[in-house]
Write a protein that binds this ligand. Structure first.
Ligand SMILES: Nc1ncnc2c1ncn2[C@@H]1O[C@H](COP(=O)(O)OP(=O)(O)OP(=O)(O)O)[C@@H](O)[C@H]1O
Ligand SMILES: [Mg+2]
Length: 804
């Protein structure tokens, strides 16, 4: 048996070349072939005519065959085995078609193998085997190429020639000899054999080609095989090109960048990334970072230096380093614990609020004495626009500290407080760390504004993060997820603000020292407007004090007819709007000789018709309507309650987004009235035949609380007695089933709301007598108060006498 050995092919190839250099192997073509030939089975190669190939021979039988052949005429038949693994193939193991060949050279090797170089001569077909020992010998027919002189054949041959040239171009591995032979072979039969021998085909495809001696048929069979090969080669060459193109681009960029660096070095310019690293190193050294931080920064810097500035991580690391370097780890401002100075500043910037200011000064005094901030956190609570935020700012100024405000309104994501881990895309430190960087000091006043508006959802609970921030036991090593190294917050003075305490997380509420800021009375608003708001607005609009006059009457009308609020925010907006209009007037009159005097009468010209008509607090002209007073986070409110009666089945209907407590108040009221129908002279009629409906307008706003009880009972009593409720009167109070009137909260805000709406009388529970004293004198003097112990008092005070 025989087989080519790749190793051997190379050695022999070399030998063959040197042979050609000396003298090309004589192509002795035996004129005729003997009738029978020794047959050598080939396991993994098909030899074609004119093909020269090395073979490895290693079985005793085959070696004997070669020995005899070389002794004789050197001719033998080479036939492919049907199965490669048969050692001494028998006739049935061999294909019928083969190739007669000549042994050009034989080499014996020390390992008892023989290598021969053979040259294919003609196609043969085995007729019959003569003998099988000592090796196969068979009678053969020579199959000469059949060629017809047709145009079709010529065309096919030319096409094959071209395709093979293309294949050669795309297959750099083919040897030069093949390339030369391909160029010089013109006889179609020889060409097909050359192609068949060198095309990438499997053994069976080759064997089939060997067995065809009609040249045209061979060309036709080759065609699809060549097409396939060309397609594969083109595709793989395209892939190869694409890969090299992308490689080339990034390599090109790299080289260019390196060149820029080299040029910069030549010019004596420092490489910008090196310069950047140097600056950062200097900053790390100078900014007296804590030891731990310095270590981390050093490591990050090292990493940075090993990165190309082109990669995304460079910018991220750079950014992180920036944060580490610029945070005020050890920078602080000096505190000024001067109570007198502090008092002056609070006084200068805020009108009234005496109690609040006193509490703030006490707070400052305690900090001074204790020399630390490990106390409760201040929480300024009150309706909008009463100066909570601006008081916080004043405290910072009084202490000589930096001030930063963090608005917590609508905050739901814990990461807003504590930052995102650096692995997140676009990660940033949380707001606490951000505001410290802004403050450039580690002991600023941080105002956590609107702490009652912190929500929580799937993104974590910001309240618990806040708890950690505000806990003096824990906040000396507050860890932001982004920084990943703790920062000491114990020097920060936190002040919080809220509209009301209810929504605040109980654990958080526990930490807070609450200072209540009440609504302002009209007189207070007037003073605030005169002394602070008007001058500030004039300043902001670049106007002199003398240029625009705001008489008191104007401000008063603004307060009463144009705003309806607990604080002064809307008032400030209206003043700003008037100032803008005045400024425009001055410009268009080109230095108006007369300063525009904004009188109360001219207000509608500037601002349009009044939005709130105060003194006509909706005259009550029907039975079953009463005015109550409610407390809300934005201050007191007037609340109308309407009751009506219709044929039905004795049911009580309640509408207007009422909470459970309020619904129960309505039930209680009705039950009480029914039980006392006689003594109260109620016209109950046949209860079973009527439904009663109680509605509280502004139905979209949810309402709850027990303090509407008094109002509901009065509205029902009015309906059932057919007596009108006084229209200049409002009331508040909880009721019991026995008819007692119980104490309620928020009296001050409620009374101020009644005053804002121009009401002249008010009914409060007897138990609230002490709270009445807290109401500013200015309001009390203008209002008549009645104190009620029992529902019978209420009915007597609130209902008019029946007419006619
Ligand atoms: N007593 C006061 N003296 C002087 N100016 C005041 C006073 N109260 C409020 N202001 C001014 O009113 C404006 C609104 O106040 P601020 O923004 O502090 O209200 P707030 O209580 O924080 O309201 P919100 O709850 O809506 O945040 C500010 O310009 C503030 O200076
Ligand atoms: Mg505020």
């Amino acid at each position: 048996m025989s087989s080519p050995d790749t190793e051997f092919i190379r050695i022999l190839g070399a030998t063959a070349t040197s042979d050609t250099e000396e003298a090309p192997p004589p192509r002795v073509v035996a004129p005729t072939l003997p009738e029978s030939l020794p047959i050598l089975g080939l396991s993994d190669i098909v030899i074609f005519p004119a093909m020269v190939a090395p073979l490895l021979v290693d079985t005793a039988q085959s070696i004997r065959l070669i020995d005899d052949v070389v002794e004789g005429d050197r001719l033998l038949g080479l036939v492919l085995q049907r199965r490669a693994d048969v050692e001494n193939p028998q006739p049935e193991d061999l294909w019928e078609g083969g190739c007669a060949a000549r042994v050009l050279k034989m080499l014996k090797f020390p390992d008892n193998t023989v290598r021969v170089l053979v040259e294919g001569l003609w196609r043969i077909r085995i007729k019959e085997y003569e003998t099988q020992t000592p090796y196969l010998r068979a009678k053969v027919d020579v199959l000469r190429d059949i060629t017809t002189d047709s145009v079709e054949l010529a065309a096919l041959a030319r096409n094959a020639h071209q395709q093979f040239q293309e294949i050669i171009k795309l297959t750099p591995a083919l040897s030069d000899q093949v390339k030369i032979a391909a160029l010089n072979t013109e006889v179609p039969g020889n060409l097909t054999d050359l192609i068949a021998a060198n095309l990438n085909l499997n053994l069976e495809e080759r064997q089939h080609l060997l067995e065809i001696n009609d040249v045209k048929e061979r060309l036709l069979r080759l065609k699809p095989l060549m097409d396939r090969e060309l397609e594969v080669l083109t595709l793989s060459s395209k892939i190869q090109n694409d890969v090299t193109a992308t490689m080339a681009k990034s390599q090109r960029d790299f080289f260019l960048r390196e060149q820029i660096r080299a040029i910069q070095r030549e010019l004596g310019e420092v490489d910008p990334t090196v310069a950047e690293a140097n600056v950062l190193r200097e900053q790390i050294e100078q900014n007296s970072l804590p030891e731990e931080v310095q270590k981390i920064a050093g490591k990050e810097l090292e990493r940075l230096q090993q990165m190309s500035p082109a990669v995304a991580e460079y910018a991220l690391t750079r950014n992180y380093l920036d944060w580490l370097i610029t945070l005020p780890w050890n920078k602080s401002t000096e505190d000024r614990f001067d109570i007198e100075h502090a008092g002056k500043i609070l006084e200068e910037q805020h009108f009234g609020l005496d109690k609040v200011k006193e509490r703030l000064l006490e707070f400052i005094a305690v900090i001074k004495l204790k020399q630390d901030l490990k106390g409760p956190i201040l929480c300024l609570v009150g309706p909008p626009g009463v100066g909570k935020t601006s008081l916080g700012k004043s405290v910072a100024e009084a202490l000589g500290r930096k001030f930063v405000r963090i608005s917590l309104g609508g905050l739901r994501d814990e990461a807003e407080i504590r930052g995102h881990r650096r692995t997140y895309v676009g990660a940033m430190p949380g707001r606490i760390i951000q505001s410290l960087r802004r403050a450039e000091s580690r002991n600023p006043v941080i105002l956590l504004d609107e702490i009652d508006k912190v929500g929580s959802d799937f993104r974590g609970d910001p309240a618990s993060a806040l708890l950690e921030v505000l806990d003096p036991q824990q906040n000396n090593n507050f860890t932001d997820h982004y920084l990943d190294v703790s920062f000491d917050l114990s020097h920060v003075l936190f002040i919080t603000t809220a509209n009301w305490l209810d929504p605040i997380h109980p654990a958080l509420r526990d930490r807070l020292e609450v200072i209540n800021l009440p609504s302002y009375t009209a007189a207070e608003k007037l003073q605030i407007a005169k002394r602070y708001l008007v001058p500030r607005q004039l300043d902001e609009h670049g106007l002199q004090r003398k240029q625009v006059k705001f008489p008191d009457a104007t401000l008063r009308r603004l307060i009463v007819d144009y705003t309806h609020e607990a604080g002064v925010r809307q008032l400030e907006r209206e003043i700003a709007s008037l100032t803008r209009k005045a400024a425009r007037k001055i410009i268009s009159h080109n230095g108006h000789p007369e300063p525009p005097n904004i009188t109360d009468k001219s207000l509608p010209d500037y601002l349009g018709q009044p939005r709130f008509i105060s003194d006509t607090a909706e005259k009550i002209t029907e039975f079953g309507i009463a005015m109550g007073l409610a407390w809300t986070p934005v201050g007191g409110e007037i609340l109308f309650i309407e009751a009506t009666r219709m044929p039905g089945k004795g049911k009580l209907l309640l509408t207007g987004s009422l909470g459970d407590v309020m619904k129960e108040s309505a039930q209680t009221s009705l039950s009480y009235l029914r039980s006392q129908a006689k003594s109260l002279e109620l016209e109950m009629g046949d209860f079973e035949k009527y439904d009663i409906h109680v509605h509280v307008p502004a139905g979209a706003t949810p309402k709850d609380g027990p303090s509407a009880g008094a109002t509901i009972v009065v509205a029902l009593a009015s309906l059932l007695t057919k007596r009108l409720v006084r229209s200049d009167l409002a009331m508040t109070g909880e009721i019991s089933l026995r008819g007692r009137i119980l104490r309620v909260g928020g009296i001050k805000e409620k009374v101020l709301a009644a005053a804002r709406s121009g009401l002249k009388q008010i009914i409060l529970p007897e138990q609230n007598r002490n709270d009445w004293v807290e109401v500013p004198e200015e309001v009390r003097s203008k209002m008549k108060v009645h104190f009620a112990r029992h529902i019978s008092d209420l009915i007597r005070m609130a209902l008019r006498q029946r007419q006619g």
